[in-house]
Design a protein around this ligand. Structure first.
Ligand code: PMP
Ligand code: GLU
Length: 382
């Protein structure tokens, strides 16, 4: 039996695969120090804030189990449009917002709706593991471009890499794998090229509220970009709602009308009662976000200090939950297998992000586990 080429050509998400692998090992009784992902609600210590869960619970109790409008509840779309206007200076109306089952699906249906077979899509390495596969599924052509020496956009070799044949650039700031935050200067370079060569930007801003040093700039707010940017984000990170699977996209109206066709023919709509929780997340108290940010910054410092004390050289993360640590081998996939088997330490290989020679590690672990895991890692690589 042969199946579709578009699926045969891709591999499973490396980030999801390693989460599942660690889960299996733990179910079989092996304790693993899980440096792979920072956003699992359990057994980690960040759970969805109570007022958000209560809003969904209240909606369930109130019988809100009927089908929501396909593009999302009007109140949620309005709240998200207001957030984008007020916090990000992105000029959008609620009709331009589509509520999706996770940011991942917002990315996926955007790629499906924008990329024709053979269209050139640039991803900036280290790029999050699923971008290139989404483009592969759409039969687009992935152009991998490395970010600059500091893993930033500022001095990346963009002029060489993009041109009139570029259809789309996938942008991710704050950057998942390294915790980098792109500067306005770097983003302006990208804007100038987008306008000159007439390509669009798919901007994944899911870590925008978890910045420790630096400032978030939404590229859709830049002159000339509102009409060529698809902004995607969600609730998994700042609101600790990874398991809820809810996110959104905002884009020019004509594009939203196209994506909406894919959306209504695939997901129909995001569950109604979950959207009530999301409304509370956007419009309710935000102090828990500041608390989470402060706590993550504190743990980041523990990690950075320990690795620096061990003499390791790495790009300091300024955002999010992840950093890149260089390892002394190009075969980082084997390195990750070995350290998991030998020391029960789980990392994601840099090559999954198009950047071999590194492992990606989170600091979102309870202090004791973080410190003990770091000691074991340093001991292993010494
Ligand atoms: N983009 C990036 C950069 C991510 O790290 C993640 C991780 N969850 C996603 C998108 C997907 O987010 P969601 O959970 O909202 O689908
Ligand atoms: N965003 C997380 C990660 O990069 C969770 C896994 C996923 O959604 O792919 O590890």
């Amino acid at each position: 039996m042969e199946f579709a080429d578009r699926v045969a050509q891709i591999t499973p998400s490396e980030t999801v695969a390693i989460i599942d692998k660690v889960r299996e090992m733990e179910a079989a009784g092996t304790d693993v120090t899980n440096f792979t992902t920072g956003t699992q609600a359990e057994p980690r210590d960040f759970v969805t804030p109570e007022h958000i869960s209560e809003a969904s619970q209240a909606a369930l109790d109130d019988g809100q189990t009927h089908l929501a409008p396909s593009k999302g509840l009007p109140e949620l779309r309005e709240a998200l449009a207001a957030k984008l206007r007020d916090e990000n200076d992105v000029p959008v109306e609620s009709d331009q917002v589509l509520v999706t089952p996770g940011t991942k699906y917002a990315l996926f249906e955007s790629v499906l709706s924008f990329v024709d077979p053979g269209d050139e899509v640039v991803v900036l390495d280290p790029s999050w593991v699923s971008y290139n596969k989404m483009v592969d599924i759409a039969d687009g052509t992935v152009e991998r471009v490395s970010l600059d020496d500091e893993f930033l956009l500022r001095n990346a070799d963009l002029d060489e890499a993009v041109g009139d044949s570029t259809r789309l650039v996938v942008l991710n700031t704050p950057l998942n794998a390294t915790g980098g935050v792109f500067t306005r200067e770097g983003l302006e370079r990208l804007r100038d090229l987008a306008v000159e060569h007439d390509f669009w930007v798919l901007s994944d801003e899911i870590y925008e509220k978890l910045i420790y040093e630096g400032e978030h700039h939404a590229i859709a707010s830049f002159d000339g970009m509102a009409e060529r940017t698809i902004t995607v984000s969600g609730f998994s990170k700042a609101y600790s709602m990874l398991g809820w699977r809810i996110g959104y996209l905002a884009a020019p109206q004509a594009f939203v009308d196209e994506v909406a066709k894919v959306h209504s023919n695939s997901v129909t709509a995001v569950p109604t009662f979950l959207q009530h929780g999301a409304i509370e997340a956007v419009t309710g108290p935000q102090d828990h976000v500041a608390e989470k940010r402060a706590e993550l910054a504190r743990r980041r410092d523990i990690m950075v200090e320990r690795l620096a004390d061990a003499g390791l050289d790495f790009p300091k993360p300024h955002s999010g939950m992840y950093m890149f640590i260089p390892v002394d081998t190009e075969d980082d996939v084997q390195f990750c297998k070995d350290i998991l088997d030998d020391k029960q330490l789980a990392f994601t290989p840099g090559s999954a992000f198009g950047t071999p020679g590194y492992v990606r590690a989170t600091w979102v672990l309870p202090d004791d586990e973080l410190r003990a895991g770091l000691d074991a890692f340093v001991d292993y690589v010494a």
